[in-house]
Each structure stands twice: as structure tokens, then as C-alpha cells.
Ligand binder design. Structure first.
Ligand code: CDP
Ligand code: CDP
Length: 227
């Protein structure tokens, strides 16, 4: 068949989801949707208003005024909150520290999930996050649950952030382990592998190997790569 499919990639922080999802989307000329960026953008927004995750009522009242745009560009995806470019700000340690708390709020998730489903209606989407295969796109044709050891994931993040010189490997490992715990233990769509998802441990895999593996799953579904 020549029809487009949807691809769901879930897993813990630093497993390689966004790097690989972006490359798979490039190979297939598909659209990449980074749902983590949406939770990060929401976190930045509430923090800029001084609203903490514990203030659920306030979060739910103000979320109505939140407009998130993901704009694909040559230098990667641009993230806008109510028209303001927050691409850099959403990767800060301050956002890291709070994002999993806001992500527990059911009303906020409901709003972001419905936006995510709209983005995937026409198919041809590679979407990464925590609950894509289980909740957002349970009918996705290809589902991958991507993991790696926490040491490997922290060391990957460390290499990215070293230039900023503001965090140690040990701190990063603790940050990631804490986020994993909150994401796995929350009540509303926790991080877990969908029953029909393929487990992919990337600890000892190169980026190219992971991309090739997922593109091969897509071909099994009749999806031809342009490469
Ligand atoms: O890039 P990294 O793996 O560090 O995280 P991310 O994908 O940007 O996601 C940041 C946080 O958003 C996660 O730790 C989750 O708490 C939340 N998230 C979520 O709850 N559901 C999603 N579909 C995506 C992210
Ligand atoms: O999106 P997620 O948090 O799952 O991970 P990422 O931000 O895509 O990947 C974290 C880092 O690991 C990036 O710098 C990737 O280049 C690197 N990576 C790697 O070294 N080997 C892989 N097989 C996958 C990613």
C-alpha cells in the first residue's frame, strides 16, 4: 500500500527518542511531533506566571489562554508560547526540575493529548513522548518503546550539556531517575510500554542503527523510505 502510517516512540529521558524520531521523520518525509516540548512549553508558561504545579485550579483556569506552536525549521523545531519563542528556555534546568509535576495534572494532559491527536489525523507523523503508544495514538501502525540504562542516558545528556558547565554527571543521573520515577508512578497515562510495542534497548546501539531498525519496521507495514 502507499498510504501513510503513524509511528509512536515512547520511553524514558535520554533514550534517544527525539534524535531518532526526527531522523526517521526526515527519512520518510514525515512530520515529527515532540510532545515533551509541549509539556515543557506549558511548564515554562505556568512558571512565567508564577503558578506552581500544586495550584491545580489555577493551572486549569489559565491553561485556556495557552497557545503552543511547534514550527519545524532548518535548525530544528521552534517552540512558541502565545507567539513568544521559548525554544531555548524550555530546555533549562528549572523546567527540567518541574515538568513532571505539571505533567501529572489530568486537565492539562487532556488538553495537550487532544492537540496531539489532531496533529496525527492525516497520518504521516512520528510522535515521541511517554504515552503515545498507550493513550495518544493507540492505533499507531508502528510502536517502539525505547530504553537504555540510566547510566548511559545520563552520560548522553552530560555530553550535550557539558559546554554549559552547570551540572555534574551525578546530578544529571539523579534528575533523570527522579523524572522516570514520577513519570512511571503517576496515575494518568504513566510511562509504560504498550502491549503491542516493540522494545528497543539502545544502550549499545549507534544512532544510525536505531534509525535503520525503526525504518525497517515501517517497511514491514508497506511504508517505502525515500532514501
Ligand atoms: O527530552 P526528555 O526525555 O528529557 O524529556 P521530554 O521528552 O522533553 O519530556 C519532558 C517531560 O514531559 C517528561 O519527563 C514527562 O514528565 C513529560 N511528558 C509526558 O508526561 N508525556 C509525554 N507524552 C511527553 C512528555
Ligand atoms: O528524546 P530523548 O530524551 O529520549 O533523547 P535524545 O535527546 O534524543 O538523546 C539524548 C542524546 O543521546 C543525544 O545527544 C543523542 O545524540 C544521543 N544518542 C546516542 O548517543 N545514541 C543513541 N543510540 C541515541 C541517542
Amino acid at each position: 500500500s502507499s498510504g501513510k502510517i503513524n509511528i509512536a516512540i515512547d520511553g524514558p529521558a535520554g533514550a534517544g527518542k527525539s534524535t531518532i524520531a526526527r531522523m526517521v521523520a526526515g527519512r520518510l518525509s514525515y512530520i515529527y511531533v515532540d510532545t515533551g516540548a509541549m509539556y515543557r512549553a506549558a511548564t515554562w508558561y505556568f512558571q512565567s506566571l508564577g503558578i506552581e504545579p500544586e495550584e491545580e485550579e489555577l493551572v486549569l483556569q489559565t491553561v485556556k489562554d495557552l497557545v503552543i506552536e511547534l514550527i519545524p525549521g532548518e535548525l530544528g523545531q521552534q517552540v512558541l508560547v502565545n507567539g513568544q519563542d521559548v525554544t531555548e528556555q524550555i530546555r533549562s534546568l528549572a523546567v527540567n526540575a518541574k515538568v513532571s509535576r505539571y505533567a501529572q495534572i489530568e486537565g492539562l494532559r487532556g488538553r495537550l493529548v487532544s492537540l496531539q491527536r489532531q496533529m496525527a489525523l492525516r497520518k504521516g507523523v512520528v510522535m515521541d513522548g511517554r504515552d503515545i503508544g498507550t493513550t495518544v495514538l493507540p492505533d499507531a501502525e508502528v510502536k517502539v518503546f525505547m530504553t537504555a540504562t540510566v547510566e548511559e542516558r545520563a552520560s548522553r545528556r552530560y555530553k550535550e550539556m557539558k559546554e554549559q558547565g552547570e551540572i555534574s554527571l551525578k546530578q544529571l543521573e539523579a534528575d533523570i531517575a527522579e523524572r522516570d520515577r514520577l513519570d512511571q508512578e503517576r496515575e494518568i497515562s504513566p510511562l509504560r510500554q504498550a502491549e503491542d510495542a516493540t522494545l528497543l534497548d539502545t544502550t549499545f546501539m549507534s544512532i544510525e542503527e536505531v534509525v535503520e531498525t525503526i525504518v525497517s519496521y515501517c517497511k514491514i507495514h508497506g511504508m517505502e523510505s525515500k532514501a
